[in-house]
Structures are given as structure tokens and as C-alpha cells.
Write a protein that binds this ligand. Structure first.
Ligand SMILES: [Ca+2]
Ligand SMILES: [Ca+2]
Ligand SMILES: [Ca+2]
Ligand SMILES: [Ca+2]
Length: 392
């Protein structure tokens, strides 16, 4: 940029003030973005040292009939728009124009969200109506019959949505970010847009207003609270450990090849877990032994069937899936038997789990029991329990 500026200044001084070269492909009009959305604010800079008429005063250009600056689309136009010098002796002139879009319901609630208007004479007060695929042309009659022209396109964008984390914990908050610069409807004020949230446990879900992170960012944040104890309401979403949660934004401002009335649902997901550490989620008690009728065994004998009885307790307010494992090792630490039972335990419930076993030989056996989340997910939900028995 600086190199280009220097090049241009040299070029300009080489030609002097009254001999612009019609064949030079320079265009000293710059916009602060290469592409604009429909309600952006444009900042335009024109480098024109020859219009620095007074080295001790801020000069202005564009407002005269003889050397106008025109900012226009094919349908709307700001004529004779005034640019002012950035400093008394800079020779650089700037102005701002706020784009006002066209009549459209940008969030799908049935109401129009824009106030299209074309009015103002600069340097920062102007508004210009644009369509979705307009081109904005800035032209400056730099010298008599010498017109400098720059053109920039207007375009809508497909929004993006992302949870800030992949995993959130219950009873904590979850944050989602939507970036859609088309929803920066007012570059001077904080805008809002609606986001739907739902979970595996609440498919109806909630709608939450996302808030723009600053007046002109086009980036929106929404925060919800994840609760396993209370139903969904306001910005609180009911969900359970192991759920997926979803956030959805309906983009009603889509670029070609979509039509202006199309909308597209943009979604993201995250996983939900309890904030209680997995190993503390189920309480596993010492095993007991009983006969086939449920009576507690006082002694053991070879080749007679016994029941190994475990007890688990879910002290929490949410239902849990589990797999309970029994493992019997002989005195050489070789596993003689392994079995498991899958189930679900309601909140605040205790459950007995039993497995039959026939000791084939006398000896000392170690019986271990443990609780996993599932066969495929061997996350321990309680510490391993171990009991030694002697078969005479
Ligand atoms: Ca000046
Ligand atoms: Ca609307
Ligand atoms: Ca805004
Ligand atoms: Ca959009």
C-alpha cells in the first residue's frame, strides 16, 4: 500500500496538475473492503494531492457541480458527495456512506428489518440503498472531463455457527457464536439474531437472542445454561449427561445461487456431560453371597452354585446407563469367569445385581466388580471393588 502510494505520488508529480494521463491505469480511489454486505458502512479514500489547495487548511472535494464525486448503484445515487482532507496538508480525502439495503425480512419473523433510503451529501452522513448483488461505483471528476472510477460489489454471505467448546458440563453455561455480517443491520448499534437450541432430551428446545459483540462486528454470541434438574425455559436448556446439544441459525440472507427469499438452516453440535467426575457417579458396595433362594451363604462348597450379589446406588438427580462387570480370578490371578449386566438406574435408586457362579475347585478366589458406562465406553463410574473368598 505504501509502495503504491509513493508510486502514485511520483506519478502525479510527474504529470503535474493539469496534464492527467488518460492511458495510465491508476485509480486512486480506495474502499476499506473489497466486497460489502448490504448494510455495511463504507469508508472511501481518494488520494488527490493536486486538490490540496491550501496547505494550512482542511480542503474538501466532490461537492461542486464542476468536479463532483458520485456514489451510486444502477438504481440509486448520491451526487456531489463531499470528501474532506484527513489533515491540513495530506492531500488525502475521506468520506463514509452507510448502505441501507432493500426491503427484506432478514430474520424470518415476518417483519421487514431495514429502512432503505438514499440521502446525504457527506462527508459521513450519507445513506445509499443497495440490492443484494449491486455494484457500487464511486466516480470523481478529478479534472475537467477526467473521471476517476472505482467499483465494488455488494454480496450476501452464508453465516457460520459454532459452539465455543466441543464438550460442555451440566449446570454450567454453553456459548455459541454466529458470524453473519449480513445481520449487522445497523453498523452504529448492537444487533440481535435468534438462535434455536435443543438437546437429545428436549427436542422442542428454546430460542435465544444472540447479541452482536460490538456495534459493527457482524459476530453474535448467545449463552445458555444447561440444566438436568429443571425443564427448558428462557435461556435454560434441559439436557442429560451423554446428550448432544444443537444450535441452529436460519440464514435468510444468502448469496447466489440462492434466491433472495431462500433460507438455510446452519447447525452445530456439542456433547454434554455431567460436571460430576465419572468415577464418582455410581456407588458400588461390597458383594455378598447367597443361595438360589436369596439366603445369605455362611459357607461355600465346591461344585455348588452360588449367587454373587452386588449393589449399586445412584445418588444423583439423573438417570444413568451402566454395565456392571463380575470377574473371578483364581489364586494364580488367572481369570476364570467374566460376565456383565447392562442396565439403567434411575435417580436416587439402589439396585441389586446378581450373577451365579459355581466354583469348580477348592482354593482362594478374588472376585472383582466394577461399573462402566458401557461395553464400548469403558469409563469407570465407580472404583473397582475386590473380595477374597476361600472354597474348601
Ligand atoms: Ca489542505
Ligand atoms: Ca424480520
Ligand atoms: Ca450492528
Ligand atoms: Ca447471511
Amino acid at each position: 500500500m505504501l509502495q503504491f502510494l509513493l508510486f502514485f505520488l511520483i506519478l502525479l508529480s510527474a504529470f503535474g496538475q493539469n496534464a492527467p494521463n488518460y492511458n495510465e491505469p491508476y485509480s486512486p480511489i480506495f474502499t476499506d473492503k473489497p466486497v460489502y454486505s448490504w448494510t455495511d458502512k463504507m469508508k472511501i479514500t481518494i488520494i488527490s494531492p493536486s486538490w490540496n489547495s491550501d496547505r494550512h487548511q482542511i480542503d474538501s472535494i466532490g461537492e461542486t457541480n464542476e468536479h463532483p464525486i458520485k456514489i451510486s448503484t444502477s438504481e440509486h445515487s448520491l451526487d456531489q458527495y463531499r470528501f474532506t482532507e484527513t489533515d491540513v496538508n495530506s492531500g488525502i480525502f475521506t468520506a463514509e456512506v452507510t448502505l441501507t439495503g432493500f426491503t427484506h425480512d432478514a430474520d424470518g419473523d415476518g417483519d421487514f428489518d431495514t429502512t432503505p433510503r438514499t440521502i446525504g451529501n457527506g462527508p459521513t452522513s450519507g445513506f445509499l440503498e443497495v440490492d443484494r448483488d449491486s455494484a457500487i461505483t464511486i466516480s470523481f471528476e478529478f479534472a475537467d472531463a477526467v473521471v476517476l472510477v472505482e467499483s465494488v460489489p455488494v454480496r450476501w454471505n452464508v453465516g457460520t455457527i459454532n459452539f465455543i467448546e466441543d464438550l460442555f458440563f451440566l449446570e454450567k453455561s454453553a456459548m455459541v457464536r454466529v458470524i453473519d455480517v449480513d445481520m449487522n443491520l445497523n453498523p452504529e448499534a448492537i444487533d440481535h439474531l435468534p438462535i434455536q437450541f435443543f438437546s437429545d432430551s428436549d427436542v422442542a428446545g428454546i430460542e435465544v437472542n444472540a447479541i452482536e459483540t460490538s456495534e459493527n462486528s457482524g459476530s453474535f454470541i448467545a449463552t445458555i445454561l444447561l440444566s438436568q434438574n429443571s425443564h427448558s425455559s428462557g435461556n435454560r436448556l434441559y439436557s442429560l449427561p451423554g446428550d448432544e446439544i444443537f444450535a441452529k441459525y436460519d440464514d435468510h440472507t444468502l448469496p447466489k445461487p440462492y434466491s433472495k427469499s431462500d433460507n438455510l438452516a446452519i447447525e452445530t453440535t456439542a456433547r454434554i456431560d455431567s460436571s460430576i467426575p465419572p468415577i464418582e457417579r455410581i456407588k458400588n458396595s461390597q458383594i455378598t453371597f447367597s443361595d438360589g433362594l436369596g439366603n445369605v451363604l455362611q459357607s461355600f462348597s465346591q461344585n455348588s452354585q452360588m449367587q454373587i450379589v452386588g449393589t449399586i446406588l445412584n445418588e444423583y438427580d439423573f438417570k444413568q446407563k451402566f454395565v456392571y462387570m463380575f470377574q473371578v480370578k483364581n489364586d494364580k490371578h488367572v481369570v476364570e469367569s467374566i460376565s456383565w449386566i447392562q442396565g439403567e438406574i434411575s435417580s436416587q435408586q439402589s439396585q441389586d445385581i446378581s450373577q451365579s457362579w459355581i466354583p469348580k475347585k477348592s482354593g482362594i478366589y478374588e472376585i472383582e466388580t466394577f461399573v462402566w458406562r458401557s461395553i464400548n465406553d469403558p469409563t469407570a463410574l465407580s472404583p473397582l471393588m475386590s473380595t477374597l473368598i476361600t472354597i474348601p
